[in-house]
Design a protein around this ligand. Sequence first.
Ligand code: XMP
Length: 269
Amino acid sequence: MSFRAGMADTEKKKESNIVLALDFPFEKPENRKNLFSRAEQLLRAVHPYVCAVKFNHHLVLPLGTFDGVNKLVKTANDLGLMTIMDCKVNDIGATNQVIAEYYYAAGFDALIANPFIGWEEGLKPIFDIATRLGRGVILLIYMSHKAAGEGYGQTILDPETGEKLPQYVSFAKKALKHGADGAIVGATYPEKIREVHEILGEKVPIYSPGIGAQGGTAQAALAAGATYLIVGREITLAQKPAETAKRIRDFANPPNGGQPNSFHNHLLT
Ligand code: XMP
């Protein structure tokens, strides 16, 4: 099953479009066993309310890819979840290929790449490996942080048509052209989600990070066209992570496919 089909299937089974960002603050390297246990416990507690887990350097750096994170990836799979590596691949093609091969070998279903590197000797080797292994590639389109506009929001000249357009619009068109499995647009910029959704339609699902801790809301992201919500610290640092994850899941996935309910909360609305 392709990554996209796997996500859709898991979303249906779990009745959740929430992607857990399994991120924790810095721990002294000598405490990494505790970090592993904390991550594993949180994953087991929260898994009924999410459809996928997104890993980042927060765990790959202290735990390592093949004797730490791969075990968590396996646990996530055993719990019926999809896994995404948020490595924002951003190098030359030959290096990208090796990065992708290692992360896919560790069991990840998809990885995130940065389209600033372009296609030939940039993204292409990643897409080639992903196609060969039946895995996914998700592209950054507009990031969630304050300075995102400095790069993703620049006005560029389309080399093919000579027309002026915003960088993120060009990236969204390329995501469609290259058959990306997902497009990332920050929940902190719902108007950008709307614009990108108009380009992508239902062909490439939008993944939206930046909810809660970064100031974005689930309601605005969903209303603008996001399919999946990526949530990290609001869940991982919560007093009661499972209850928080359930609350976000229940808000974003109302019964009978209705509109997100009107429960008011800084994080949701
Ligand atoms: P929080 O704690 O803010 O964590 O919910 C968000 C997670 O998502 C990552 N992040 C992004 N990843 N494009 C990405 O690929 C983005 O625009 C983006 N914004 C946040 C962040 O590193 C953390 O893991």
